[in-house]
Design a protein around this ligand. Structure first.
Ligand SMILES: *Cc1c(COP(=O)(O)O)cnc(C)c1O
Length: 437
């Protein structure tokens, strides 16, 4: 077909060899029914978001610029209703003043915990940046400095919750239980919403008054339900990941029970002021429009992750999740087995970017990490990981963590470019021929 030939010519002009293109296209053909499922999920979540916007009566006034104290910032207040509708919660706090995911999580913990309380993680070690928030690694202003203790129940070997140990870890002091939905940069599986619901029911059975918080980063709109649909008192995430749809330039959200959201607002601004202040400074249209696009953006990122898993699994590289598994977040890990492999993969992702494609990422000693790390991102929003991005620590097992892609087409191009770089470096020598029944 003429169009096929033209596409192939474009890829060649962009540096993708015929062999790489042919292999990628064959892999894609095996994924038709998988992609169909992802599209159906996007359809469900698209309607969910439109319904949430209609119920909150979103109108053009919501996009107006508000400055100063931000009293009666109509766009901000309405957006918080929209988020509460999407997550089926009583209330939400969605603000550009929440600077990132770590901030949203730290804010929630600091708002809900008091000296003498204990925080319990039932999903093992939390995300790296939370270690200083909690005080696992000593830090100025950590929860530990305020006399808030921390305890942790590790997952069982198969990655499931250790219910017996959770029961034993819950004490009179346990005030809040945290569950991280996504594996982040670990090799455990990510949790399904259903599994999270099971853990929450278990905790509530032991002590109903315990607050259950879910770190929802990278999980939004991957499934038909969110953790708040299965009993979570609070769900927390970043707007430069899934729910910002690539358009939000900053921000974080917390959705949950009204009294807890009020506590978070009092902590974010000030006791007595709470949600009443905090001007939205003109970012509202990008927040609304980003949320509107988020279900299809997440679908594109998911297709990219599934494609990458299948491309690399067939070449013999270990991948988590594997090519067939159900997805609970948008992260894909590929173990390349050598420093050179990680570097070439990241160079490929960078070379396929719409921004900064001419720079080559190099490993560097990032603060807080015990090895060099390489990062690839050519993003419109700095550090945005709903945009196509990859990073990997330069240490065994030499795995790269890859996520995002605002469109499936870009994700596909980026993954083929990563493979092209591995091929040029002589690390991939031949492509398996696929049995396309
Ligand atoms: C990204 C992420 C965070 C932290 O978010 P930042 O915006 O990078 O601060 C926390 N938890 C998980 C699971 C994440 O993926």
């Amino acid at each position: 077909m003429k169009l096929d030939q033209m596409i192939q010519d474009y890829y060649r002009e962009m540096g993708i060899a015929q062999e790489v293109y042919a292999y990628g296209t064959q892999v894609e053909e095996t994924l038709v029914s998988r992609f169909r499922q992802i599209d159906r999920m996007a359809e469900l979540n698209q309607i969910k978001v439109i319904n949430a916007m209609q119920k909150a009566r979103v109108n053009a006034e919501c996009f107006h610029y508000a400055s100063g104290y931000g009293y009666n910032d109509f766009g901000r207040d309405t957006l918080e209703k929209v988020y509460a509708n999407v997550f089926h919660t009583e209330d939400a706090l969605v603000r550009p003043q929440i600077t990132c995911g770590t901030h949203a999580l730290a804010l929630t913990l600091m708002a809900c915990l008091r000296p003498g309380d204990e925080l319990l993680s039932v999903a093992g070690k939390p995300y790296d940046t939370l270690e200083e928030v909690i005080g696992i690694r000593p830090s100025c202003g950590s929860l530990a400095e305020y006399g808030i203790t921390y305890s942790q129940v590790d997952l069982l070997e198969d990655g499931s919750f250790n219910f017996e140990a959770i029961r034993n870890a819950i004490t009179e002091k346990t005030k809040l239980v945290t569950i991280q939905r996504s594996k982040g940069y670990q090799t455990r599986p990510s949790f399904s919403v259903e599994q999270i619901g099971e853990a929450i029911r278990f905790v509530k059975q032991v002590r109903p008054e315990i607050i259950c918080m879910v770190d929802n980063c990278y999980g939004e709109f991957v499934e038909e339900k969110e953790p708040s649909d299965v009993g979570a008192d609070l769900v927390v995430g970043s707007l430069i990941k899934n729910p910002g749809g690539g358009l939000a330039p900053i921000g974080g959200y917390i959705a949950g029970r009204r009294n807890l959201i009020e506590q978070c607002a009092y902590r974010l601004t000030s006791p007595g002021l709470g949600k009443e202040v905090g001007a939205s400074l003109g970012v509202m249209q990008s927040f609304y429009q980003g949320l509107f696009l988020a279900p299809t953006v997440v679908a594109g990122a998911l297709k990219g992750a599934v494609f990458a898993a299948n491309v690399y699994e067939r070449l013999g590289y270990p991948v988590i999740p594997d090519g067939k598994e159900e997805r609970h977040d948008i992260i894909q890990a590929v173990t390349l087995g050598s420093a050179e492999g990680v570097i070439q993969f990241c160079k490929g992702i960078q070379a396929a970017a719409p921004v900064d494609s001419h720079v080559a990422p190099e490993p560097w000693a990032m603060p807080g990490y015990d090895s060099e790390v390489i990062m690839a991102a050519g993003a419109f929003v700095q550090g945005s990981s709903i945009e196509l991005s990859a990073d990997g620590p330069i240490k065994p097992p030499y795995a790269v963590y890859f996520q995002g892609g605002l469109t499936w087409e870009h994700a596909k191009f980026g993954i083929m470019m990563s493979l092209q770089k591995l091929w040029e470096a002589g690390m991939v020598k031949e492509f398996p021929s696929l049995d396309l029944k």
